[in-house]
Design a protein around this ligand. Structure first.
Ligand SMILES: [Zn+2]
Ligand SMILES: [Zn+2]
Length: 721
């Protein structure tokens, strides 16, 4: 009898064995429908020897219900799923679920009905019908989408269908994408770019695992450089995956890609419509999606014939996922390349210390782009000591920065002010009684957003309109904003430079690729004088007329003192500084700080990257921090405070004794209440040689907790809240 072992997509269940019905052919990686009680679940046929499970007698086995009409998950992807689950101490099923992340795609080929104009006119014309007929010229989409385009109700369009003015068209849900052409519009590269591109392209052609760190100053043309090995992969009919850290950056990337290759790449991110998602997934699985540009979740898709992976802005924190399976896409990308036996490129102007350590140890090859493309100079960087140049009362811009802004405005050039704080003010309190507005679900202050007239929690999304009276003492009109957010800085700019056109660029205003594209066009067409933005504007954007960058508060990132505070400050300020002077005009950067002598600020002002990395490396070595030692966190949470505390205490009491690791806590997390759950943390600092994951698995696996308790493991954590 023929039996198979399946990984079922239910994290609570182990692997299950099934009988293969007569006439059914199965192979590892195949996605199947498995009976489970009265229901069916999706499972993946796995190599039985790699997935230990209880041996069930043959007569007790139930038969598989059927095969899903999709290609089997390739072996390199199955190995990646195993590695990720093992390394990050995550359930195998939760990782596998990320590979099958489109329900629609699993159902097989399908068609859908779209509508388009016939050219006919309705018997009775109404203003709405008129508007629809004008707006839908050249469009073809579902009724719902057309209603959105035309700004009329679906009922109006159904009326037009009945009148014969709109006709149905049957469309293949999996219609192919426009092909990208490797030779569409080749770009002239500098000698440096050409050398780097050639090395990567060689590895693509050889088809072997080769990790590269493409280390280039901001504005050096890293994107154009890795376009050339992409072209080589296309010529070999291999697929390419480009991971980007922010969805807001994709639009600028897409247009550059289209100019080079004559077609848009295939997109993958969380805000795709389900039809777009299924189409992309199926094209990725059957190999017709040539280049996929996506967020970190694109990493686990079932590429049929991957030839190259690029991780752009590889130092970015957003590659680290902090809930569910807590993985770092930068590191998993390297593992995927290893299993696929292909090259991987990590591109950055400010590489993570861990990546540089991999270069040092000879694991990664480093490719340098030390100068800016087209001869543009790196900007001049100066600090503004806020203890000497004190901004006026209720203001945050010191006189030298205001003067620099005025100069740019007079010359018709653009400026960018950077402050990594969304909203108007980070804290709102009552002037009368001192009441502070706090989120009911989190131990965090509510942030005032004046544009949208609300108080919002940036952790859980809780929102409330600003009250007219204090909820504590009842005093009317008593709210005071404490400290600045970007909206408040924008107000100050408007007050001091009344003629300036100011744009606030944050994830609130650039919350879709379309809005981001509008912003880029507005700045490029000279419609903005001063951009006030968060970390969203520190990367990816290329504005030739932008000649001044002001860092409103460089000390902000250093407060709180988490492990990577100095590195993150360095990266953010260096990245935002890199926005200045990318065209023919020289750029200038002013960094406002109260600590101009702090090593990270001094290194930034001196433009001395090596000095910063050396100092930071030494500090990490002393602390046994990555890359010299390893960290892991255990996060215990429950809706019941006492339940969370007791569970954390039990875990603490059961801590393993080991000379290779120090275990701290449990202690209430800095964010001790998050989305209605009370949180406790333990932190583990281990030697590199320690059996970190095995120890954690044995330790936690021996304990049982009430149902309401969740215990999460974060290997190589970035967040310490
Ligand atoms: Zn009050
Ligand atoms: Zn909250």
């Amino acid at each position: 009898m023929n039996r198979v072992r399946c990984l079922v997509l239910n994290a609570a269940l182990g692997p299950l064995d099934y009988k293969v019905p007569e006439g059914m052919m199965v192979e590892p990686g195949q996605v199947v429908e498995c009976p489970l009680g009265p229901r069916a679940v999706i499972g993946i046929v796995w190599e039985a020897e790699r997935l230990p499970g209880a041996e069930v007698p043959a007569e007790k086995l139930r038969a598989l219900r059927g095969l899903l009409p999709i290609p089997p998950l390739p072996a390199p992807l199955r190995r990646l799923i195993e590695w990720t689950a093992d390394y990050y101490c995550a359930p195998l099923a939760s990782v596998a679920r990320m590979a099958l992340s489109s329900g629609g795609a699993l159902k097989g080929p399908a068609t859908t009905i779209e509508y388009r104009l016939t050219g006919g006119l309705p018997e009775r014309m109404t203003p709405q019908r008129q508007a629809a007929l004008e707006a839908l010229e050249g469009e073809q989409a579902t009724i719902r989408e057309l209603a959105g385009i035309a700004g009329v109700s679906e009922g109006v369009l159904r009326g037009l269908v009945n009148q014969g003015c709109l006709e149905p068209v049957e469309v293949d849900c999996d219609r192919p994408y426009h092909p990208a052409r490797p030779d569409f519009a080749e770009i002239d590269l500098s000698d440096q770019q050409q050398a780097a591109a050639g090395t990567i392209a060689q590895a693509v052609r050889e088809g072997k695992f080769a990790p590269f760190l493409l280390d280039g100053v901001t504005g050096s043309g890293k994107t154009e450089t890795y376009f050339e090995p992409i072209a080589d992969a296309l010529r070999m009919e291999r697929q390419v995956l480009v991971l980007l850290p922010e969805i807001a950056l994709t639009e600028a990337f897409l247009s550059r890609f289209e100019e080079r290759f004559g077609a848009k790449p295939v997109l993958w991110h969380s805000s795709l419509k389900s039809t777009e998602r299924r189409r992309a997934w199926r094209a990725i699985a059957n190999g017709t999606a040539q280049v996929v540009v996506g967020a970190r979740s694109a990493l686990f898709l079932p590429y049929a014939k991957l030839g190259l992976i690029v991780v752009d802005e590889a130092h970015e924190v957003s590659f680290k996922q902090d809930d569910g399976v807590r993985y770092n896409a930068r590191d998993v990308a390297v593992m995927r390349a290893a299993f696929e036996e292909i090259p991987v490129v990590l591109a950055s102007a400010t590489p993570a210390l861990e990546s540089l350590a991999m270069v040092e140890s000879g694991t990664y090859a480093k490719l340098d782009l030390p100068s800016r493309f087209g001869g543009a100079e790196l900007p001049e960087i100066r600090t503004v000591n806020l203890t000497e140049h004190v901004p006026g009362r209720g203001s945050w811009l010191a006189p030298p920065l205001v003067e620099a802004l005025e100069e740019r405005l007079a010359r018709g050039e653009q400026s960018l002010l950077f402050l990594n704080r969304r909203g108007y003010a980070p804290l709102t309190l009552c002037r009368n009684c001192g009441f502070r507005f706090q989120c009911p679900n989190c131990s965090a202050w509510l942030v005032e957003h004046r544009f949208s007239r609300r108080l919002a929690c940036h952790h859980c999304g809780h929102e409330t309109p600003p009250p007219e009276t204090c909820p504590e003492c009842g005093e009317p009109d008593c709210l005071v904003a404490c400290g600045p957010g970007v909206e408040r800085i924008a107000d100050e700019v408007a007050e001091r430079l009344p003629d300036a056109r100011v744009f606030v660029a944050t994830s609130d205003t650039l919350n879709s690729p379309g809005r981001a594209a509008e912003f880029v066009a507005l700045v490029e067409n000279g419609g903005v004088d001063v951009i006030v933005g968060t970390q969203l504007v520190t990367k990816g954007f290329h504005f030739p007329e932008l000649t001044l960058v002001g860092v409103v508060d460089a000390d902000l990132g250093l407060e709180g003192g988490d492990l990577r505070a100095a590195e993150r400050t360095y990266q953010q300020v260096a990245q935002v500084a890199g926005r200045a002077g990318r065209g023919s005009k020289p750029g200038e950067v002013l960094i406002q700080t109260r600590h101009p002598d702090a090593p990270v600020i001094a290194a930034l002002a001196a433009g001395d990257r090596d000095a910063f990395y050396e100092a930071e490396t030494e500090a990490r070595r002393m602390a046994g921090a990555p890359p010299f030692g390893r960290w892991a966190a255990i996060i215990v949470s429950s809706e019941e405070e006492s339940e969370a505390r007791d569970a954390a205490r039990r875990i603490g009491d059961a801590r393993p004794r080991s000379d290779d690791m120090a275990i701290y806590g449990p202690a209430p997390a800095p964010l001790s209440l998050l989305r209605g759950r009370y949180r406790y943390r333990l932190l583990i600092n281990a030697k590199r040689s320690a059996r970190l994951q095995d120890t954690i698995r044995e330790w936690l696996g021996a304990l049982n907790h009430p149902d309401g308790v969740r215990v999460g493991v974060d290997i190589d954590p970035y967040s310490f809240v």
